[in-house]
Design a binder for this molecule. Structure first.
Ligand SMILES: [Mn+2]
Length: 458
């Protein structure tokens, strides 16, 4: 009896371990939310659409890097938000008023790539109609080859089209012609469908995407934690003689190693004079002893972006002047964070930071805004109105003193930006990027030789 029971318990334990492992594996692999989540989001968009309107959300375009080589593909955020589909050559079409398509009365149509065994053999399988029906609960799925034809049919007699043009680039041809694809497309649509108004779908998507759900916040926290860990790694590795690209490599190793799919934007690692260039991403300089290094980086995780900047002294010890400028920026950042709460006008975050820097006499060296929304886009969509619970914004004041600036030259080539990611809560804010050392003493502590201090990050 005893023996029997023992064996039973062991079997149960083994089974439990396997079960827990399988949950973890699935949680890691499944970047999709449930069908209901996407259905609710689409229902909210349909609700906002006026009578007799149509909305089209395209996949991102494939972009050529050089002959036969494409840039790494990344889905367009609105389509991803409304469907979770990550494949190219896909689209979602929403109709305010149901119409009969393929024998079914529907308000939602998804287009997927036509099955193509030859392409599948080279680049893998793409999403199938059956998967769309199962994962999205959308009945009408058509081949992307029929997109143009069906879209044109459905546009007949409509008053309003919400359409984000899939590619937007400036073309200057040998003829001297200069145009945006969207301008050409808009003209074509207006000529073909008289009375049709064409609008960006921003107003449909913004109210949704600017407020993050708990599930979205969990992904953002993961992206931010990975980014903080990468900052710690870079701080530990920094030393005179290292190249900016070596710090970049250490950072992006941590990103990939922790499951981030991509850097959300090109990593900015600017040392010495480069610390005063806002979006420097050449990253080729050999770091010198008294350089400040601005590291503006962000991992992307399951579509969601982090954006955290730390500025460190190359050799681990701030000079008097570096510390002086750093403390001003830090004070500005703390002041700006402190005012964050629901109802605060978006621009007041910047006003607060700017006032601190102005009082210290460095207003003209702070030449950018303090905040942007953060989410699927690093510079995410948002209404710039009063802050609301569930919004995530950055707080990133800076001071950049270039060589030749009209100040004592001991301040030249000092660039400082400190950027953190903040969630607006019911009664204030929550700092999401607290794991990256931020004060002078924390940074110096982590940069000491053989420092084991991790600021609680694992
Ligand atoms: Mn930013």
């Amino acid at each position: 009896m005893l023996k029997e029971k023992f064996r039973f318990d062991k079997a149960v334990i083994v089974w439990l371990i396997l079960f827990v492992l399988s949950i973890n594996v699935r949680a890691e692999e499944n970047a999709r939310f449930s069908a209901e989540v996407y259905a609710q989001r689409r229902a909210a968009v349909l609700e906002l659409m006026p009578e007799n309107s149509i909305a089209i959300f395209h996949a991102a375009a494939l972009k050529t890097r050089s002959n036969d080589v494409e840039y790494e593909y990344r889905q367009a955020n609105d389509l991803f938000y409304l469907t979770g589909i990550v494949d190219a050559r896909t689209a979602l079409l929403l109709l305010k008023n149901a119409e009969e398509v393929s024998g079914v009365s529907t308000r939602e149509i998804v287009f997927v790539p036509k099955s193509n065994p030859r392409r599948a053999a080279v680049t893998g399988e793409t999403i199938t109609p059956e998967q769309v029906q199962e994962q999205l609960a959308i009945e009408v799925v058509r081949s992307y080859d029929t997109f143009g034809e069906l879209a044109q049919q459905l546009l007949e007699g409509k008053e309003l089209l919400y359409y984000a043009f899939p590619v937007e680039f400036l073309l200057e041809s040998i003829t001297g012609e200069r145009y945006f694809i969207s301008q050409k497309s808009k003209k074509w649509l207006r000529d073909k469908f008289t009375g049709l108004n064409v609008k960006s779908p921003k107003e449909l998507i913004r109210p949704l995407r600017q407020i993050k759900s708990r599930a979205e916040l969990a992904r953002m926290q993961k992206a931010i934690d990975i980014t903080c860990l990468a900052h710690l790694e870079a701080m530990r590795r920094s030393k005179p003689g290292i190249y900016e690209y070596q710090l970049e490599a250490a950072i992006e190793y941590v990103f990939k190693d922790r499951g981030s799919e991509y850097p959300a934007f090109p990593s900015i690692i600017g040392a010495g004079p480069n610390s005063t260039v806002l979006h420097y991403s050449t990253n080729r300089r050999k770091v010198e002893k008294h350089d400040m290094i601005v590291m503006d980086i962000g991992a992307e995780y399951h579509g969601y972006s982090a954006d955290v900047t730390r500025t460190i002294p190359a050799n681990g010890k701030f000079t008097k002047e570096q510390q002086e400028i750093y403390e001003i920026v830090l004070r500005a950042q703390n002041a700006a964070m402190e005012v964050i709460k629901p109802g605060l006008p978006f621009r007041d975050v910047h006003k607060t930071a700017k006032a601190v820097i102005e009082k210290a006499g460095y207003a003209k060296y702070f030449n950018h805004g303090t905040s942007h929304y953060l989410g699927l886009d690093t510079h995410d969509i948002g209404d710039r109105g009063p802050l609301q619970p569930g919004m995530v914004i950055t707080v990133e004041p800076g001071i950049y003193i270039k060589e030749g600036a009209p100040v004592d030259k001991k301040y030249w080539n000092i660039g400082v930006r400190i950027e953190d990611d903040v969630l607006v809560t019911e009664d204030g804010y929550k700092l999401l990027s607290h794991k990256a050392p931020r004060t002078v003493s924390e940074i110096e502590k982590v940069m000491q030789k053989n420092s084991k201090w991790t600021n609680g990050v694992k």
